[in-house]
Design a binder for this molecule. Structure first.
Ligand code: ATP
Ligand code: MG
Length: 690
């Protein structure tokens, strides 16, 4: 058995923790001192995957059931309250990790503007990821009834100002985003279930369903006005792949092995995509971290994309006659003879979703196999290079496009093999299957992707083949490397908790995992000590067990009686809730939950709170404000059990106690996320203040 010892390296970055994280897709590096950064930024940033970053704090998905909360619950009548992608980032948020600025209004504005430019600019990107992210931001914002960016508080929905409620809104927002993007309300719900929400319950299901429903209706309503037919609610989603219907929609038993082969191919190509993108992302983290370099890279990619597209069209001699049944809206003649259009241009010069649609539905014979082969190759590398660039970009549509191209090629090759009159080798059908296989191979979604594709193509017949290829693609892809989103989460050193604890971790117990000794507070604590502990920049803890007042015997840990958060202590210090002031009637009123909610989610730093020398001598009674029943476990609890508690309850702190209920250790998310299975069995990541 390996002897696992805990290593924590604290760098001297002090208190700038957290706020400097760029979004994974790299949005804004905000308002910190630029000069400092330029000066202190080394040319190469050493990147080590075996690290877990301490800069990511957790969200509080466990309610603090303190006295104030219970009083409010008692007072509350039931009515009024009840009435009331960044895909990887959203995934992390819903898992319980606070990714700075992920649900801010500013992020939304930049995201929307960015995605318009990147899609219209012809990059190999899609708009669905940003739409899902936007849905989540809107939900997070609306649910709070205020915007800190706009400095406006509408004084509504105050009940929702806590992590648990906001999380549910974000889940629903993401679902609404999918729903609007693909016109897939059920797919949206399933997307939230499969990819997003780490914590799921019955209530959430129908809330998300409701959000999805409203989103579809709203979209349809406004689209009907946009199309000049107000009231006609049958518009498809914003990304539309056209309907598969008619007699050609069929498949046969003997095609099943072909679908499985395509699924496997998709899994392998997806894994290749992920591996290349993984190396590229590491390169970017190391060398392309300066904003000017990031802008230059984006410009380079845009230039190369345009050049490659144009060169491909220029050298292509795939000219197709402009017949009656041509579905092209804007066929491009370019260098073709009159009455003909260039097939390569159809693939390159349209928006990616439009190209997908053409590949699905254009009649057989509209694409040359060489055109499709070259297009797949070129677009594959452009898409790999583009994902992770510091622009708003989704990976769904480019993946579908790559898959549709090689799927159609597969179909054409099949029709060469099959007898000429057979109708089963319809290239459009294989384009759809290829698209599913490629996307499944990259993102490894199964359930939700099936439903999204079924809804987006308005066809249930292909449900089974799509399920089959997605399963195959996932199994084959997982054999080589994780899904793209997971790779990016890992590369950012986010303490993400997966569904299960690492398989070989049963022999580890809470005693080995926990931190000890634990910084605790007495139930009635001296203000000076609280301020000192909170201001200590070498150990920035966010949760503190509260113990029954101990005598001066320091060796013996105290008995647990509660848990209090840094944010709560800060609000208490700000309002000077001291025992002495209460008894001398100096304080105007009792603190209420509202005071905590008003400060949520950006609690001021301890440095901004002034405590005079006299006040340092005062006492603070934490009884009313602490969570009096924190979850505790005995020291012998195995890691998987601790993991399960964290995962199922969305915990942030778990106190480890001995058999007399004395606090002996504390476990947080990072203590658990540190363990993972590597090549040589169970490995331990290091915690670092990076
Ligand atoms: P989070 O950052 O997730 O919001 P946190 O800041 O309270 O929560 P971590 O950042 O996960 O906790 O803690 C980093 C390390 O410090 C972990 O190993 C954890 O066990 C330890 N730790 C956290 N709180 C205390 C405490 N009160 N006393 C001693 N060690 C602690
Ligand atoms: Mg922390």
């Amino acid at each position: 058995m390996a002897n696992i010892t805990k290593k924590v390296s604290w760098s001297s970055r002090g208190d700038d923790r957290g706020e400097r994280t760029p979004l994974l897709n790299g949005a804004e590096e905000a308002k910190y001192n630029k000069q400092d950064i330029v000066r202190s930024r080394p040319k190469e940033i050493p990147h080590n995957e075996k690290l877990l970053s301490l800069k990511y704090e957790s969200l509080d998905y466990d309610n603090s059931e303190n006295q104030l909360f219970l009083e409010e619950e008692r007072r509350m009548s039931h009515m009024p309250i009840a009435a009331g992608s960044g895909i990887p980032q959203i995934k992390c948020y819903l898992n319980g990790v606070k990714i700075p600025r992920v649900v801010r209004l500013k992020t939304l504005a930049i995201k929307v503007f960015g995605v318009i430019c990147s899609v219209a600019g012809g990059l190999a990107v899609g708009k669905e990821g940003p739409m899902i992210h936007s849905g989540a931001v809107v939900a997070a914002g609306v649910s709070q009834g205020r915007s800190t960016s706009l400095k406006k508080d509408f004084k509504i929905f105050e009940y929702f100002r806590r992590d648990t409620e906001k999380r549910d809104f974000v889940s629903a927002g993401a679902a609404a985003g999918v729903s609007a993007a693909f016109g897939a309300p059920v797919g949206g719900v399933l997307f939230s279930l499969e990819e997003g929400a780490s914590f799921w319950n019955q209530m959430l299901t129908w809330r998300i369903f409701f959000a999805s429903m409203i989103s579809t209706f709203t979209l349809n309503f406004f689209l009907s006005i946009y199309h000049g037919k107000p009231g006609q609610l049958s518009s498809p989603g914003l990304i539309n792949f056209g309907r598969f219907d008619g007699d050609s929609v069929q498949y046969n038993l003997y095609e099943i092995p072909l679908f499985i082969i395509m699924g496997a191919l998709g899994g392998m190509l997806g894994a290749l995509f992920n591996v290349i993108n993984y190396w590229l992302t590491i390169f970017r983290i190391r060398y392309v971290h300066r904003p000017c370099l990031q802008v230059m890279e984006a410009m380079l990619v845009a230039a190369v994309t345009a050049t490659v597209s144009f060169a491909m069209i220029y050298f292509s001699n795939d000219c197709q006659p402009l017949g009656q049944d041509s579905t092209e809206e804007y066929p491009l003649q370019l260098f073709c003879a009159d009455g003909e259009y260039n097939s390569m241009a159809t693939a390159f010069f349209n928006t990616p979703e439009r190209s997908v649609r053409s590949l699905f539905h254009n009649p057989p014979g509209t694409y040359n196999p060489i055109t499709l082969g070259l297009f797949t190759l070129a677009y594959f590398f452009l898409a790999v290079w583009t994902y992770g660039l510091t622009v708003s970009a989704g990976v769904f549509i480019p993946s579908l496009l790559i898959g549709a191209a090689w799927g159609r090629l597969f179909g054409i090759l099949l029709s060469y093999i099959a007898s000429s009159q057979s109708i089963w080798a319809d290239p459009g059908k294989y384009a759809l299957i290829g698209a599913a296989a490629q996307l499944g191979g990259i993102v490894r979604m199964t359930l939700s992707l099936t439903v999204i594709l079924v809804e987006a193509t308005g066809n249930v017949t292909y449900g089974f083949p799509i399920m089959l290829v997605l399963m195959t693609a996932k199994i084959v892809g997982d054999y080589f490397i994780e899904g793209l989103y997971d790779i990016h989460i890992k590369l950012q050193s986010v303490p993400f908790l997966h569904w299960e604890a690492p398989p070989t971790s049963h022999w580890l117990t809470a005693r080995e995992v926990m931190s000890s000794p634990v910084t605790c507070f007495n139930r009635v604590e001296k203000v000076g000590r609280i301020v000192d502990v909170l201001s200590n920049t070498s150990t920035i803890h966010n949760g503190f067990p509260v113990v029954v007042d101990t005598t001066d015997n320091d060796d013996e840990p105290g008995k647990i009686c509660g848990l209090i958060l840094r944010s709560q202590l800060i609000v208490l210090l700000k309002h000077k809730v001291f025992v002495e002031r209460a008894s001398s009637r100096l304080s105007q009123r009792r603190l209420q939950l509202k005071d905590f909610r008003d400060a949520y989610p950006r609690f001021p730093p301890i440095q901004s709170i002034h405590v005079s020398q006299d006040e340092r001598e005062c006492m603070m009674d934490l009884t009313e404000f602490m969570n009096p029943t924190p979850y505790t476990v005995p020291q012998e609890t195995s890691l998987p059990r601790v993991f399960k508690l964290f995962r199922a309850l969305g915990l942030r702190h778990l106190v480890v106690v001995d058999n007399e209920n004395r606090v002996v250790g504390l476990v947080t998310r990072k203590d658990l996320a540190r363990y993972h299975v590597g090549k040589d069995g169970l490995e331990e990541l290091h915690l670092a203040q990076t």
